[in-house]
Design a protein around this ligand. Structure first.
Ligand SMILES: [Zn+2]
Length: 195
């Protein structure tokens, strides 16, 4: 039994905070040191179908507002902008210190890959799957400025190869059709990085 005069245990500080990032918009920063393998935060948001995600992206004017959805193994996505949390502000980096893992119950959690020091910005490698054409405007919108030595310069995952052979297309037009019918920028959790 503790006496009334004894102070209670100080509350454990949250592992992270959201503030302006030099990389892009808001970022998420370590509020304290974080150990490798520590589960930092769930990627919150409502689970919706892929069709609904595309609809939402269109309504919001395309992918430029960084409306990212995390794709799940069951084909649905998690919309971090719908009942989401701070995790949606975690920026991409080509040299990330965190990774996103989908658990068996279809929830996505952010884990520390390495020792993360207090005030370090949290990041993971998206990769960003964009189903529309990778026009110059789209490439610009998703350019990576993470500053890592091995920065690929883009947040976009390479487009998957089509099954049927495709004719060589001419250069993209000057006015890109980025508001096409099938727009959705979708994040997909990375498998655990070796080492
Ligand atoms: Zn980068």
């Amino acid at each position: 039994m503790s006496s009334a005069s004894q102070p209670e245990n100080p509350p454990v500080p949250p592992a992270f905070r959201v503030e302006r990032s030099s990389v892009h918009g808001n970022g998420v920063f370590a509020q304290r040191d974080i150990a490798p393998g520590e589960r930092i935060v769930e990627y919150g948001g409502r689970e919706i179908t892929w069709d609904e995600a595309q609809l939402r992206a269109e309504v919001q004017g395309g992918p430029h507002n960084h409306t990212f959805f995390f794709s799940l193994a069951n084909g649905n996505v998690i919309d971090g902008g719908d009942h989401g949390n701070e995790a949606r502000y975690i920026n991409h980096s080509c040299e990330p210190n965190c990774e996103a893992i989908e658990e068996e119950d279809g929830r996505i959690f952010i884990y520390a890959l390495y020792d993360i020091r207090q005030d370090e910005e949290l990041s993971y490698s998206y990769p960003l799957i964009y189903e529309g054409r990778h026009t110059p405007a789209i490439k610009r919108a998703f350019a990576c400025r993470c500053g890592a030595a091995n920065c690929s310069g883009t947040m976009l995952a390479p487009k998957p190869r089509k099954r049927r052979p495709k004719a060589v297309t001419p250069d993209a037009p000057a006015v890109p059709a980025e508001y096409g019918p099938a727009l959705a920028a979708v994040q997909s959790p990375q498998p655990a990085a070796p080492g």
